[in-house]
Design a protein around this ligand. Structure first.
Ligand code: ATR
Length: 280
């Protein structure tokens, strides 16, 4: 943030991201870049809030006149019970990542993770369609599966812990589940493979993905973005398959909050992506 270009005044509209910890968040970089780019009198700050203090923090920020906040780990699910209202995206995702403090003082919860994921695929020319295999059944998987179903995809879920895959399929009325050790053999039946697990993330050990049975038209998406070239995307590239990493999802999910708080729909352009990429 260049304070010479972006002074905080008495009129500055405020938003932020609540996490615990929050120091890894790239959201302040992104939102303050957009404020500067669109000459908006706004600022976006990191807010480190302990899990037990989320309700108090939301009330306080609302009372202090904040326009809203993003929520990140570990607050997204806990926020569900703290909202006055929720839209369908939060209900389907079972999580809130964007809070708008409405003019009437009510807290409105949204979840833009799934729409951000799909928008990022669209931006890469990988329109999600047909049969999709989702690896994982955690919080991230739920938002992604919900958005893929909304786009009319036929979604199959596979997860190391089978019971969680079945639970997620039932919660969202997805199409099918597969045993975890069976997915590599079944890959030929799918148009899109999505990794929502932490497999391949830096610091989470080695991950090996067997894409030997993939059809040549398979597209591969990873929500992981550290490293840029994840083990899954490396395996996809080795087979000549189209791959998309998760960095763009981060940018696209931020669009919805920014527009709600600051009144401008920001463009996820090359400069936005370069900014995030440079911070990796
Ligand atoms: P998030 O909210 O980020 O999705 P999560 O709810 O902890 O986080 O989910 C992590 C996902 O990664 C789960 O699907 C998890 O599988 P389990 O449900 O079996 O735990 C998956 N995962 C994590 N480490 C894994 C590993 N080594 N092999 C396979 N799946 C793994």
């Amino acid at each position: 943030r260049d304070a010479r270009l972006m002074p905080i005044r008495g009129t500055t509209r405020l938003a932020g991201v609540i996490g615990w910890p929050v120091k890894h968040s790239r959201s302040p970089l992104l939102h303050n870049h957009w404020c500067a780019h669109y000459a908006i009198d706004g600022a976006y700050v990191p807010l480190a809030v302990r899990p037990d203090d989320l309700g108090t923090a939301l009330k306080g920020l609302c009372a202090a006149g904040f326009a809203g906040v993003n929520l990140t780990i570990p607050h997204k699910e806990a926020a569900l019970s703290l909202m006055d209202r929720m839209d369908r995206s939060a209900e389907r995702a079972g999580a809130v990542n964007t809070v708008v403090f409405a003019a009437d003082g009510e807290t409105v919860g949204l979840c833009s993770d799934g729409t951000g994921f799909v928008a990022n695929l669209d931006a890469h020319g990988v329109s999600p369609k047909g049969r999709v295999l989702v690896l994982g059944a955690g919080g991230a998987a739920r938002a992604v599966v919900a958005a893929l179903l909304d786009r009319g995809c036929e979604v199959t879920i596979t997860n190391r812990t089978a019971a969680r895959a079945i639970e997620l399929r039932e919660a969202l009325d997805a199409h099918d589940t597969l045993p975890w050790d069976a997915w590599p053999e079944a890959l030929g039946d799918f148009d899109l493979l999505v990794n929502t697990t932490s497999l391949g993330m830096d610091g989470h050990g080695n991950a090996v993905f067997d894409l030997g049975q993939a059809s040549s038209g398979l597209s591969v998406a990873d929500i992981v973005y550290v490293p840029r070239q994840t083990p899954l995307l490396a395996a996809a590239e080795a087979r000549g398959l189209r791959g998309v990493n998760g960095l763009g999802m981060l940018a696209h999910q931020a669009v919805i909050g920014f527009e709600a708080w600051f009144g401008v729909r920001p463009d996820v352009d090359a400069a936005t992506m370069a900014l995030l990429d440079a911070d990796l």
